[in-house]
Structure formats: C-alpha cells, structure tokens
Design a protein around this ligand. Structure first.
Ligand code: G6P
Ligand code: MG
Length: 219
C-alpha cells in the first residue's frame, strides 16, 4: 500500500489570488463596475469560465458568446502579465519544507488545480521538478467540488484515492477531496474550511510529527 499527496496550487503553494483579483478588477472596471476583495473570495478554486459568469452577474451584464470569449482572453492576458515576473520569493511559507519531507521519503506528489496556467507558474517559482504528475484545468471536464481532478491525480500516481492526502485552501476543493474519499487538509481559514478532516492556518503550523503520522497512516 502506498500513499500519495496532492497539492492545490493557488492559495496553497503560491498566492496568485491577488493577481487573479487585479485582472478581474481591471475587466470589471472597464465594464463600468467595482469588484471587491470580498467578491474575489468566491473565485477561489473556481474555473475561469465560471468566474466570468459570476463577474458578469455582479455587474448585471448580458454578454454575447463572442464578447464572453473575448473577455476570457482579455482577463487571461492581463493575468499572465501580472504573473510574468513571479519567482521563488512568492512560494508560501514552509511549502518547500513539506515538499522536501515527502521527496526525501520518495512519496509521490501530484498537483491538482483548476488553473490552466499551473505548469508555467510552477516553473517560474522553481517547484516543477517536485511533481510526479500535474493535473490542471487543461485535463478536467468537471470543476471542483466534483472529485474528477483529484481522482485523475490519484490514478496517475498509482495510488488508491483513500490513500491520498489533499491540501486545499478553497471550500470547493475540500468538498472535492472528501467526495473522492481522500484525507482533506484545509490550509487557511478553519471557519471557511470546516468540512476538512484537518485544518492548518498555513504550513508553518504543520509540524514534522503530523507529517509523519500522515505518511504512516496513523490518522
Ligand atoms: C484556481 C484559482 C481560481 C482560478 C482558477 C482558474 O482554482 O483559485 O481563482 O479562477 O484556478 O485559473 P486560470 O489560471 O486557468 O484562469
Ligand atoms: Mg486554491
């Protein structure tokens, strides 16, 4: 029996939410309305297409299919410009410590993200080589809270879903992990992520003893 670890990207490994926010805000402003940080919370873990639908709802805007597709492209181009210069300094605290802990024990590691930009981001921050498999917005048809992304990751790692541990910062992601029958670990606000099996504010709170219990199935 072997265990596998699956990391979400945005909000777990790097804080890209601020860049997504800037790009969505720019589009909203161009369309003549405001977009707040609070509204941006609803976008975490949500696909680009669904985010635009929600944004247009907020602005009370009816779009033709053509406009919708053009705004999807505009938003992503702006986002790509914001993340252009990302580097290792933007890795969230203690992520490398946890990745090294797993690598040292030859435990398979997957990425399970809704983002279509996952690979270039991991490359920019220098973490790509840690991942045995990357499952992202290019590989899935059903968005979190559907378990598809994590089930594909487990299969690709060759690990049973019930032997996978998932790190997630979004409620939809915790629900997806639970639906996949995996061990769900919330990284962030425990109130928002109360459906998780375990909660940590961030990885600095997760000590070696806990990691050890995870990899030895004592949880
Ligand atoms: C992650 C983020 C979401 C984002 C989604 C799609 O799940 O938390 O805020 O909308 O990825 O990202 P993309 O890079 O494909 O636009
Ligand atoms: Mg996330």
């Amino acid at each position: 029996r072997s265990i596998g670890f699956i990391f979400d990207l945005d909000g777990v490994i790097v804080d890209t939410a601020k860049y997504h926010y800037l790009a969505w805000k720019k589009l909203a402003n161009e369309l003549g309305f405001e977009f707040t940080h609070q509204q941006n919370e609803l976008f975490k873990g949500v696909s680009r297409k669904r985010c635009l639908e929600i944004l247009l709802d907020i602005g009370n805007i009816n779009a033709t299919q053509e406009q919708f597709d053009a705004w999807m492209v505009d938003k992503n181009e702006d986002y790509l410009a914001y993340i252009e210069n990302m580097n290792a300094s933007e890795i969230l605290p203690d992520v490398p410590r946890v990745l090294d802990f797993l690598k040292d024990r030859q435990i398979p590691i997957a990425l399970g993200s809704a983002s279509k930009n996952a690979r270039p981001i991991l490359e920019k921050v220098g973490l790509l080589s840690y991942f045995d498999t990357i499952v992202d917005g290019n590989n899935v048809t059903k968005a979190k809270p559907d378990p598809e992304v994590f089930l594909i990751a487990a299969r690709s790692l060759g690990v049973n879903p019930s032997d996978c541990v998932v790190f997630e910062d979004a409620l939809a992601g915790i629900q997806a992990a639970n639906a996949a029958g995996m061990i769900s670990i919330g990284i962030g606000d425990a109130k928002i992520l109360s459906e998780a099996n375990y909660n940590f504010a961030d990885f600095t709170e997760m000590d070696t003893e806990f990691l050890q219990t995870l990899v030895t199935y004592e949880v």
